[in-house]
Design a protein around this ligand. Structure first.
Ligand code: PSU
Ligand code: MN
Length: 300
């Protein structure tokens, strides 16, 4: 096997039990210490409480782990040598026996490799606001255009160009449904100002869509379930922090994969924790819904 499942995940794979993949970049590069470890543990418990098995994915000392022990979760949360790996980095990190947290792109790739079809994250990567100059578009989008997986997220991060990202999702044949909404969520904000065509009301309905994707063979690309956060950030504050963050990133010459962690960290500091608690609520709520979908999918 090209990966090492945790005992819990190995048993679930063997018995065909519902499993939810969880990404680790959020833990290493998206949330500050010590909350990152607390949240990583809580999210796994939420998945278990909803009847599914959590599979947090990461590469540690060259080994691809699908499902982490508590010591491995600690390593991802606290070690200083944890890189941020997208799909293109996986083989390089693994062959050189290094360690990395996995982005949405890399986590989705490894989850699909292990046969896990439901995945929870915070917010997807997408097209950055100045992409016409920088060409900065997250590899999350291209990865999801090639994988049979359902990703639960709070839309795309509000630091991005949401309109452009929605256009790219359409081009890449990545399906989008709104969970109890037709307003596309904006991560920290409940409504990004853009509409989605398809609204779903329940995990069962999403499970039916997953089966229909398989029957119609439109499952070569991912399905995005957009789940809006209930308690959004103060909008004025959000917009002001975003503006100063974008200017700060430009001034500091932040480029490439450092952009997203820089902006998230700026939000958490400048909002004095408001964005952090919204981010945590997002991850928890998405994990609960992903578990419900994984369970409903098994019952059909
Ligand atoms: N959602 C969060 N926090 C995060 C991320 C998502 O709430 O840190 C991460 C995901 O791993 C996603 C990555 O894949 O940000 C996108 O990074 P980039 O824009 O460099 O592709
Ligand atoms: Mn990027």
């Amino acid at each position: 096997m090209p990966f090492t499942p945790s005992p819990e995940v190995a048993a679930a794979l063997a018995e065909g039990k519902p499993i939810v993949a969880l990404e680790s970049t959020i833990i290493s590069h998206g949330l500050p210490r010590p909350q990152n470890l607390e949240v990583a543990r809580e999210v796994e418990d939420i998945v278990r409480d909803h009847g599914a098995v959590p599979a947090t994915i990461a590469v540690i000392d060259g080994v691809v782990h699908i499902g982490l022990t508590d010591d491995q979760l600690k390593a991802i949360a606290n070690r200083d040598d944890i890189a941020k790996a997208s799909s293109r980095d996986l083989a390089i990190i693994s062959a050189s026996k290094k360690s990395a947290a996995t982005t949405v792109a890399a986590t989705a790739h490894l989850a699909a490799l292990a046969g896990i079809r439901v995945f929870a994250t915070g917010g997807l990567g997408g097209v950055h606001r100045d992409a016409n100059e920088t060409f900065d578009e997250s590899a999350d989008l291209t990865a999801l255009s090639q994988l049979d997986i359902t990703v639960v997220c709070a839309g795309v991060k509000s630091i991005l160009d949401v309109a452009a990202t929605l256009e790219r999702l359409e081009t890449l044949a990545i399906g989008v449904v709104g969970y109890k909404t037709t307003a596309f969520p904006g991560f920290y904000l409940t409504d990004s100002g853009f509409t989605i065509e398809h609204r779903v009301e329940s995990a069962t309905e999403i499970a039916q869509i997953i089966h229909s994707r398989e029957a119609l063979k439109t499952n070569k690309s991912a399905l995005v379930v957009a789940n809006p956060v209930k308690h959004e950030m103060d909008r004025k504050r959000h917009d002001a922090i975003l503006k100063s963050g974008l200017a700060g990133a430009r001034k500091a010459g932040i480029v490439g994969k450092a952009v997203t962690p820089f902006l998230l960290e700026h939000f958490h500091t400048a909002s004095e924790g408001e964005s952090l608690s919204v981010n945590i609520e997002i991850i928890k709520s998405n994990s609960a819904l992903a578990a419900d979908i994984a369970v409903a999918k098994q019952q059909h």
